[in-house]
Ligand binder design. Structure first.
Ligand code: UDP
Length: 479
């Protein structure tokens, strides 16, 4: 178990983006949070501090909570690969997917509980009765009993789920049920996700949010975007790129390093003037990077010659709680190597270095901004922060109508949805619409940014948290 240090950020910096009434609500939130939470600590426990949406969101929510005077802290579990193989199995199961096909039986329960019991011993030295603890995702559910017994208010938050349950989802929930019965409240990203045995009166629906000011989302001038991509060797360019400075989470300013070899097989990068279709995802089968590649390759003749595809994901050793990454990447690479030359030359696989998360975020930011269209062809998706990030950058997004993506995109208004994520022809047709029709792309992108401003910024998220904490503490005081 380890602490993640988070520098406070003033929530007030969101104010210029908000209309007056919402600004007022934000200021009221700050006062209420201090009064309600007093000396309590709000703990967050997750399984990784980098890579993936949960880590991304905790970074800023905790920073804003601290900036508002709340003592919010973040602990990361310790676990061996066999523990993460089990939790990934549960993760896949909750998405309705067979994953590695392994069992979720007695042995797995024992191993899961052992690892969490070890973590619990360390956590107990830190926490006090009366504190609030937010446990994130299946990796942490087994801590609920011990923490509740120690007098903490335990909230379990699931960042995943599946629209329509199947046998595998039931299996995943059955695994978690004995642990979750000890939690006092639950948070899900969508109303469709909770299993029926979770009491709706203890259930809160809170969709995620993004922060416009972090390195991942901060405004970048087109010239800076091009410099970043050239320095990362993700784009070719004639002129040499100027050095790029970027802000770190801790406030320091850094100069971006040159990267070589981020593109698989060191193939030539796409030309700077090429129009780039981009998907940024972990190498997870459910993100269907391979499906994007197939759809693009099968329809390459219908796409203008200057349109290229880039599939970008983390360097696979960089995401500790995702043991399947290497295998999924290997599958993508062999499918890509087998493509006909014309398709192979216009499709690029990139593994972004994870040794510096701020620099990784800068590169993702530049890729999303450079993209003519951002795609997210997930087969299942809890929420899909990559969609929110691209929408904030006013990109036209083409995405599968699954999970939380449907809560973000209204088809034809602020993005394009593909009903059946397995329908490669429909996906390619939607992609072509954004590529062929610049006016449509601009209209979708503009509306997308407004949608994120209205619904998916941190003030809404923290107000919902505060409502939940108010009820939780009120209920326990009444009891
Ligand atoms: N991400 C990243 N670098 C990468 C790949 C992904 O920073 O190489 C980020 C991405 O920008 C997003 C998060 O990881 O913020 C993924 O969140 P999402 O909700 O889309 O999916 P998850 O990985 O949580 O299933």
């Amino acid at each position: 178990m380890r602490h993640v240090e988070i520098r406070p950020l003033a929530l007030e910096r969101l104010a210029p983006l908000l209309e007056p009434e919402r600004r007022l609500r934000l200021r009221r939130l700050i006062e209420q949070a201090r009064t309600l939470l007093g000396g309590r600590v709000v703990w967050n426990i997750s399984s990784t501090a980098q890579g993936g949406g949960v880590a991304e969101m905790l970074q800023t929510l905790i920073a804003y909570a601290r900036g508002a005077g709340v003592d919010a802290r973040w602990l990361v579990l310790r676990g061996a690969p066999d523990f993460f193989a089990i939790t990934k199995r549960v993760h896949n199961a909750l998405h309705g997917d067979g994953g590695d096909g392994g069992p979720l039986g007695e042995l797995e329960h024992r191993r899961y509980q052992d690892v969490l019991d070890d973590n619990l011993i360390a956590i107990m030295n830190e926490v006090r009765a009366g504190d609030i603890v937010l446990l994130h995702d299946p990796q942490t559910a087994g801590l609920a009993r011990g923490l509740a017994a120690a007098g903490l208010h335990v909230v379990w938050r699931s960042h995943i789920g599946r629209d329509a349950p199947n046998a595998r989802t039931e299996e995943g929930w059955a695994f978690l049920r004995p642990y979750l019965e000890h939690a006092n409240a639950f948070i899900f990203s969508r109303a469709d996700y909770p299993p029926p045995w979770i009491d709706p009166r203890c259930t809160w629906i809170i969709p995620p949010s993004i922060d416009p000011f972090i390195t991942k989302n901060v405004e970048l001038a087109p010239e800076q975007v091009r410099d970043i991509l050239r320095i990362a060797h993700l784009c070719q360019g004639h002129a040499s790129a100027k050095p790029v400075q970027f802000p770190r989470r801790d406030g320091r300013c850094e100069t971006m390093r040159h990267h070589h070899g981020l593109l698989v097989d060191n193939v030539p990068a796409p030309p700077l003037e090429a129009r780039l279709v981009v998907q940024v995802s972990r190498w997870d089968r459910l993100k269907d990077m391979a499906g994007v590649m197939r759809a693009f390759a099968d329809h390459i003749g219908e796409l203008p010659d200057d349109v290229h595809l880039m599939l970008a994901g983390p360097e696979v050793s960089g995401v500790s709680d995702d043991p399947e990454g290497a295998q999924v990447l290997a599958e993508c690479i062999s499918a890509w190597r087998a493509l006909p030359p014309a398709a192979h030359a216009r499709i690029h696989l990139a593994c972004l270095a994870m040794d510096d998360v701020d620099e990784n975020a800068l590169i993702v930011n530049a890729l999303q901004r450079h993209a003519c269209t951002v795609v997210q062809k997930s087969l299942v998706e809890g929420f899909g922060l990559t969609v929110t990030e691209a929408m904030w950058k006013a990109r036209p997004v083409v995405a599968s109508a699954v999970g939380g993506i449907q809560d973000q995109i209204t088809d034809g208004e602020n993005g394009l949805l593909v009903r059946d994520p397995a329908d490669l022809d429909a996906f390619a047709a939607a992609l072509r619409r954004t590529v062929d029709d610049a006016a449509l792309a601009a209209r979708l992108g503009g509306a997308a940014r407004e949608r994120v401003r209205d619904e998916f910024l941190g003030d809404r998220h923290l107000i919902q948290y505060l409502d939940l904490f108010g009820e939780l503490l009120g209920a326990s005081a009444a009891a």
